[in-house]
Design a protein around this ligand. Structure first.
Ligand code: MN
Ligand code: MN
Length: 311
């Protein structure tokens, strides 16, 4: 086994998975003698690329296989979301903010999971605990991850801790106007005009199992209501046309308007609309619009899972 420990976020990486991995590897290298390197499990998203360019940081190296690797998982603790052959590697630590999943270890490890809005907030707490001040670029990455995961403090997953951390980090990073910076970052990420339906569908897609049902939920966020409205028909057609490819019983797709703070939920597959109606009791009968819903983790998955488990 090589004498390197890989810090990795989840597959289909978002800004938190990339930035928390980079920042935690940097901290570990500073406080220990060992070699830590950030890895990524897929392409960097346009939003994340904007952040990396803004702070002059290179993307982590691609890690294709976990076999014989020492690993620290950040921003996930589910086998299906982690590196291929995870079980043939050695998990040394997990730092996360999701529900406890199915990752198992052979020995006791540090497993820090906190119900906060972002893994980066926990990483920043680690910096404070080690009394290490993050370099401005690292502070910028962590701040960006918090803004991304919390939709600039609008998500119900956002806590006081997340907001405090982001504000302190913005000070270190030289971000003067947090909301203006977040707007630029989201705009870079939601440049949807040139993307195919498939690219948009997989921007942020995760699969879940509840009872006997496997379902997938994708999400796209935008600050532009017209852009989202134009996407609706395209995405619905794509989901119907390609339904069989996704190997799920039901597919859902959230068109989330960050400014309006609400999501339209597209539902494809036998029983999908009925499941959504039972889970969310939407006002309208011809569409599933969910005012206030912006968080898949907190406002979509638990509700769908409950209905499907009772089926
Ligand atoms: Mn994530
Ligand atoms: Mn996260």
């Amino acid at each position: 086994m090589e004498n390197l420990t890989w810090v990795i976020g989840h597959k289909n990486p978002d800004t938190d998975s990339i930035c928390s991995a980079l920042a935690y590897a940097a901290l570990k290298n500073e406080v220990t003698m060992e070699g830590f390197v950030a890895g990524r499990l897929g392409d960097v998203s346009p939003e994340t690329q904007f952040v990396l360019d803004h702070f002059g940081v290179n993307a982590p190296e691609l890690l294709a296989d976990g076999k014989d690797k020492m690993l620290i998982l950040v921003d996930h603790n589910e086998v299906a979301q982690s590196v291929d052959n995870l079980n043939e590697g050695v998990i040394k630590e997990i730092i996360d903010h999701h529900k406890i999943g199915d990752v198992q270890t052979k020995e006791p490890i540090l497993f820090r999971n906190m119900p906060l809005g972002c893994t980066a907030t926990i990483i920043y707490m680690n910096y404070l605990e080690y009394d290490v001040k993050p370099a401005p670029a690292i502070a910028g990455l962590l701040c960006s991850a918090i803004l991304s995961d919390t939709l600039a403090f609008r998500s119900p997953t956002c806590t006081k801790m997340d907001k405090m951390a982001a504000e302190e980090l913005a000070g270190i990073a030289g971000i003067e106007d947090i909301q203006a910076y977040a707007k630029d970052m989201f705009a870079a990420g939601s440049n949807l005009a040139e993307k195919t339906e498939k690219e948009i569908f997989y921007l942020d897609f995760k699969k879940f199992t509840a009872g006997n049902t496997t379902y997938g939920v994708g999400q796209v966020t935008s600050m532009n209501a017209d852009e989202l409205a134009a996407l609706k028909g395209r995405m619905e057609k794509y989901m119907q046309d390609t339904f069989a490819e996704h190997e799920a019983d039901m597919l859902f797709f959230m068109l989330t308007d960050i400014l309006e703070e609400g999501s339209e939920l597209l539902c494809v597959g036998e029983g999908a609309v009925e499941t959504a109606k039972a889970a969310f009791h939407p006002e309208s009968t011809d569409r599933v619009y969910l005012p206030g819903a912006v968080s898949r983790k907190k406002q979509i998955i638990p509700q769908l899972t409950e209905v499907l488990e009772a089926k």
